[in-house]
Design a protein around this ligand. Structure first.
Ligand SMILES: Cc1ncc(COP(=O)(O)O)c(C=O)c1O
Length: 429
């Protein structure tokens, strides 16, 4: 597809980076279920190993099925390249380790997916990486937490479960004023609702297990590089100095715009070994073909359900940034004008006990810890996704005991509202 760059997201999601498999003319991307790839001769093998010629070596490093998924997502996000990983959690971990070393720091929003919170708070410190967490509602909090050791700012596009909409443009600007990149987890938004690179973010990560997959079948993640960040300021020696583990390559000087993502593959993926399985890449390619249709229906259902809950006598509060009453409404209109995702939170009158009764009463909604699926889901964050946080951390990150998190699927809205109605009546008994 020579005109790929000029196509809209809906078209690229179906056609991007692939047109018939060259040997068989298969129209679907084949699953290349292989560990290694044959070389033509020693000269060609040597060049591929030295990154002087293109070609696959071993599926831990790259795979033709996964490559189409990576290139397609890079197109959807508007980046120069992408790297798929075994999970969203692996994508987040690699995105940091690629540029932050022992003794260095990250400044992060404190409203994060619970797994990221734990990685930053408990595990990265064991590797000598300190993460300073701030309340993301005031962008200046990020600036105040930056020290000479800071190497990145990190946030979720839509906070979890506080639903804070990150002021991407302002935070990217202050990151760049301090010579550091902005890394965003764009899982909750998807590129259909928000493309963070258009607002100045430098690196985007996704849990592909959510909307890209859509049907709750496969774990995976992906890191996308905008190609816009200048790594040559001296703050990132691992990007500029020769890499003794890879033919003394200097990623920033020898590779250019795709330096970050090339290093991520050649060094991090090779050494830490967390590639996406080609089978999951195949499933995600199927998922991407309908991403825009699913998300459109999901945000439509989300807004209808949010409005219904807002007017329900058994509901204390609703936190969905697409509602005009929401404190993040203006930011949502700027960054997510089509809709602020299909996940939001609300509080049921009667606190934790009523919330538990509500969740135990739903029949159509599934009670499970995922989001972005075709199925509608509910979960109680304080006792599940964010249960590893202390009570104080839960309060500071907005996880209240009465909070229910809802993820809207693509079912019929009347059926969804009927199920919610009977569960809400039960919750008050
Ligand atoms: C926003 C967000 N990022 C990352 C992850 C981690 O992704 P995975 O479960 O694919 O490792 C999740 C999982 O729920 C998530 O919600």
């Amino acid at each position: 597809m020579s005109q790929e760059k000029s196509y809209h997201l809906e078209t690229m999601a179906i056609h991007g980076a692939f047109k018939f498999e060259p040997t068989t003319r298969a129209e679907a991307v084949p699953i290349f279920q292989t560990v290694a790839y044959g070389f033509d001769n020693t000269e060609q093998a040597e060049k591929i190993f030295a990154l002087q010629a293109e070609g696959h070596i071993y599926t831990r490093l790259s795979n033709p099925t996964t490559e189409v998924f990576e290139k397609r997502v890079a197109m959807l996000e508007g980046g120069v390249g992408a790297l798929a990983t075994a999970s969203g959690q692996a994508a987040i971990t690699l995105s940091i380790l690629n540029i932050v070393n022992c003794g260095e720091e990250v400044v992060s929003s404190n409203s994060l997916y619970g797994g990221t919170f734990n990685l930053f708070n408990v595990t990265l410190p064991k590797f000598g990486i300190k993460v300073n967490m701030v309340n993301a509602q005031d962008p200046e909090n990020f600036r105040r937490a930056i020290t000479p050791k800071t190497r990145a700012i990190y946030a979720d596009t839509i906070g979890n479960p506080g639903m804070e909409i990150i002021d991407i443009e302002t935070i990217a600007k202050l990151a760049h004023e301090n010579g550091i990149p902005l890394i965003l987890d764009n899982t909750f938004a998807t590129p259909y609702l928000c493309r963070p690179f258009d607002w100045g973010a430098d690196i985007v990560v996704h849990s592909a297990s959510k909307y890209f997959c859509g049907n709750g079948t496969s774990i995976g993640g992906i890191v996308i590089d905008s190609g816009n960040f200048d790594w040559t300021s001296g703050r990132f020696p691992s990007m500029t100095e020769p890499d003794p583990g890879y033919h003394n390559i200097s990623y920033a000087h020898d590779v250019g715009k795709a330096a970050y993502i090339t290093k991520l593959r050649a060094q991090m993926l090779r050494d830490l070994g967390v590639p996406l399985s080609p089978f999951n890449a195949f499933l995600y390619l199927l998922g991407l073909e309908t991403l825009h249709l699913r998300v459109e229906r999901q945000i439509d259902n989300a807004l209808k359900v949010a409005k219904y809950l807002e007017n329900h006598p058994a509901v204390d509060w609703v936190n969905y940034p697409s509602l005009p009453s929401n404190k993040f409404y203006n930011l949502a209109q700027k960054y997510l004008p089509r809709g602020a995702g299909a996940v939001f939170t609300f509080g049921i009158k009667g606190g934790r006990k009523a919330g538990a009764k509500f969740i135990d009463s739903v029949q159509l909604f599934s009670h499970l810890a995922n989001l972005g699926e075709v199925r509608s889901l509910v979960v109680h964050p304080a006792s599940t996704t964010h249960s590893q946080l202390s009570p104080e951390e839960q309060i500071s990150t907005g996880v209240t005991p009465d909070m229910v998190r809802i993820s809207l699927g693509i079912e019929n809205i009347e059926d969804l509202l009927n199920d919610l109605e009977q569960a809400l009546i039960n919750s008050q008994k």
